[in-house]
Design a protein around this ligand. Sequence first.
Ligand code: 5GP
Ligand code: MG
Length: 193
Amino acid sequence: MQSDIDRILISRDEIQQRLDQLADEIAADLRGEQDGGAPAEITLVPILTGSMIMVSDLMRRLPLRMQIHLVSVTSYPGEATTSRGAAIEEALTSLPDSLESRHVVIVDDILDSGATLELVTSLLRRRRPASLRSCVLLRKQREQPPSVEADYVAFAIPDEFVVGYGLDFDDYYRNLPDIVTLRRDLLPPEEPA
Ligand code: 5GP
Ligand code: MG
């Protein structure tokens, strides 16, 4: 597995340092939203499967009363490395019918075209949360900007296919501790634009 790595883009230490800052920012914003006396609460909605490692690191840094609900979205079938639109995977999604009075933060691994975040945002808006924010580990700097922006971005990265720290290629490499690029010969040939 290590020999499949082309280069380390973001190291495990950099990720942990950045998550410290991000968690402080999110906690401060949510406390500001609800300084009415009751303890601040947050509802995290991680998008499976890519955000599982990030959310486990992030949630333990947020000293707030917390609930968590899962949403599963499929966008890359099998060995594809370009998004093919986004669809909710109902069987792995566990949302309550209402999120009224909840302060919700969506957590995703990477913002690319924006299709995933847009889809999940509309799914959650219908449940009428008191506030709705989004947090992504990575945002790709593409020629064409994403259809929606995230409120919190840990790292902006070049428009390259990355794996590790939860992100996969054909469901492999999620367990790599750093965010890396793969050897070119392992990836499908680049599609003509
Ligand atoms: P979007 O819907 O914004 O185009 O893409 C978001 C989803 O596509 C992410 O949740 C992630 O699963 C996947 N994705 C986008 N770019 C990459 C990438 O560089 N590497 C991996 N492993 N997944 C990606
Ligand atoms: Mg994903």
